[in-house]
Design a protein around this ligand. Structure first.
Ligand code: ADP
Ligand code: TPW
Length: 570
């Protein structure tokens, strides 16, 4: 091995990295160039990989995470050292928290200098910093180990519970050369990167036995079930058993939200009343009130849980799991389905009937609210438009963030196909909007509709330039109510405006126009409908500044009770 540039018989670190990615079908890189990876991005493009270049690494990282979720292959994010790496790290940690597979590849300084803290350009011990924030972290020091490094990163990202992986590539690695034939042989095409994990037959039987005793069964589908791509198996489980189901936010559309057995419109009732709950790729975390308390009808006694998950340590994380079924969702659900014959007793009609009654009542109430046409628009009248657009274009991908904007979109906009809804996920993080939108458009070629609170949009707003640069079919709708949550807070002392308030009447539409996209302001549902339809028909990057009543909505949306001050008010 030498560090001179490669001759025709030789290859180098740059090419080995790119060849290893290509060999494993990883052909899109979400990146932000700079020392030491600028040439890697140029060479990647020359070698036929697609390089999507961002304005901030967090959004490149979010794009990689969304790509991982949408394709089941690890999304690749490439950054420079120290600050670029740190900017990407939030996305890596968020991907890991959400069980999305991605690999953050960052250039770094040489070990000799970093370990003696001698003050290199953008010096940082990146590997040590990344380790606690992701599923696995590796560094490659020698060109001949690049193949192994990338293979290990791929396996770590997608096998078992998926997550984020960090791969540290010191600058000098890229310029190392080695014999081209030996280099080629050093690369690994990963065989079966996410192997099936079959559940034990006795675990399946235990689950079936418990399910048979249920008087008020419920199936809860999480984003793990969407990710698993076991769409037909999941549908068969729901339909063969006749059990009502609830989708978590990103599991909406795994079965169409309009499905007869969807209990979404009777959510509180079914969570409170169910006696046996089947969790399919959903954790009993804060989003499900930890499986405890009033939400779960604690007064009616404890529930019994069947939990299907690939991670054995997820079991009993919050409450006792009576029947754990550990394995991949496809295999687990198939095994359960095999034990559910045509003579399976459907749930008692007093249970399904009570749910249907509540659903009818709530859906009628919702229809009345949606039919109103207040001036200015509120969340409901604006989302009624989005609801109808998505109904007409069920293949479009909906990206969604904000507080009220998130909660109302989730409950009002029905989804019809699997993996069409991307949102703030397990952390409730703001800033995923434009990164997720770019990846959704790039990976699927489908239209993307991003429904964004005005605060939420601000976290990634500069990436509208990226959307314009790559001419992506993304329609961003900013729900502009002049602030975080609402625009009505007042500083009691005068002077500066309140911390939650923005410039009134901000023209977000001009941001898109600045880069050659379409920017429109919509003050009525009719204007919003027209602008969205035009965006979908043209496929042009579009930003609609939708003016929403600044008094509409509530503090923190539906999670007001998590604000520490709420405890003081009790
Ligand atoms: P939600 O937020 O929708 O409730 P979570 O992110 O909390 O969903 O839970 C997803 C769960 O799905 C995780 O516990 C993860 O281990 C699991 N999971 C992800 N992929 C698979 C798979 N292919 N098979 C089984 N479980 C999976
Ligand atoms: C990384 C805290 C949660 S929701 C939100 C913030 C700042 C914005 C709500 O206002 P928006 O929506 O978007 O205008 P709406 O519909 O209510 O008007 N930093 C990060 N993540 C989170 N979750 C926050 C801050 C937060």
């Amino acid at each position: 091995m030498t560090t001179t540039s490669a001759t025709p018989e030789q290859t180098d670190g740059f090419h080995l990295v790119l060849d290893a990615l290509k060999l494993n079908g990883l052909e899109t890189i979400y990146a932000l160039p700079g020392i030491p990876i600028t040439d890697l991005t140029r060479m990647a493009q020359r070698e036929g990989l697609r390089v999507i270049s961002f304005r901030h690494e967090q959004h490149a990282g979010n794009a990689a995470a969304a790509a991982g979720y949408l394709t089941g292959k690890p999304g690749i994010c490439l950054t420079v050292s120290a600050p670029g790496f740190l900017n990407g790290l939030t996305a890596l940690a968020n991907a890991t928290t959400n069980c999305f597979p991605m690999i953050l590849i960052s250039g770094s300084s040489e070990r000799e200098i970093v370990d003696l803290q001698q003050g290199d350009y953008e010096e940082m011990d990146q590997l040590a910093i990344a380790k606690p924030l992701c599923k696995a972290a590796y560094r490659v020091l020698h060109a001949e180990d690049i193949g192994v490094g990338i293979a290990r990163a791929i396996r770590s990202a997608v096998s078992g519970r998926p997550g984020g992986v960090y791969l540290d590539l010191p600058a000098k690695l890229f310029a190392q050369t080695m014999d081209a034939v030996k280099g080629k042989h050093s690369l690994i095409k990963v065989v079966d990167p996410a192997p099936k994990q079959l559940p034990a037959p006795e675990a399946v039987q235990r689950a079936l036995d418990l399910l048979k005793t249920a008087k008020r069964p419920l199936i809860l589908l999480g984003k793990g079930a969407s990710y698993a791509r076991a769409d037909e198996e999941v549908r068969a489980l729901v339909e063969k058993t006749g059990i009502p189901y609830l989708p978590m936010s990103m599991a909406k559309g795994l079965l169409p939200d309009t499905h007869d057995q969807s209990a979404s419109a009777a959510r509180s009732y079914v969570l409170e009343q169910a006696d046996v709950v089947v969790l399919v790729g959903a954790r009993l975390n804060w989003l499900l009130s930890h499986g405890k308390g009033k939400t779960w009808g604690a007064a009616n006694g404890p529930k019994k849980f069947i939990q299907i998950d690939i991670s054995p340590t997820e079991m009993d994380s919050n409450v006792a799991i009576e029947a754990p079924v550990v394995g991949d969702i496809g295999s687990c659900v198939a095994a359960l389905n095999a034990g559910i014959g045509s003579n399976w007793a459907k749930p008692p009609s007093d249970w399904t009937g009570a749910i249907a009654e509540r659903k009818d009542k709530n859906l009628t109430k919702m229809a009345e609210t949606l039919a109103k046409n207040p001036a200015p628009m509120n969340f409901h009248s604006a989302l009624n438009v989005v609801r109808n657009i998505v109904k007409a274009r069920p293949d479009a991908i909906v990206v969604n963030e904000g507080a009220n904007t998130l909660d109302f979109t989730r409950s009002i906009v029905d989804m019809y196909e699997p993996r069409k809804r991307l949102d703030v996920g397990t952390w409730g993080i703001m800033g995923i909007g434009m990164g997720f939108s770019v990846a959704a458009a790039v990976e699927t070629g489908k239209p993307v509709i991003a429904i964004e609170g005005d605060s939420a949009f601000g976290f990634s707003g500069m990436e509208v330039e990226t959307i314009c640069r790559y001419n992506l079919p993304v329609c961003v709708v900013v729900f502009n109510n002049n602030g975080v949550y609402k625009g009505t807070d007042v500083n009691p002392l005068g002077g500066d405006v309140a911390p939650t308030v923005f410039v009134k009447g901000a023209r977000y539409d001009l941001m898109m126009q600045a880069f050659g996209g379409v920017g429109v302001t919509a003050t009525t549902p009719a204007e919003l409908d027209k602008a969205m339809n035009e965006a979908l028909a043209s496929g042009k990057p579009t930003l609609i500044n939708a003016i929403i009543d600044e008094t509409a909505g509530t503090e923190s949306g539906r999670i007001t009770s998590l604000n520490p001050a709420a405890a003081l008010k009790k």
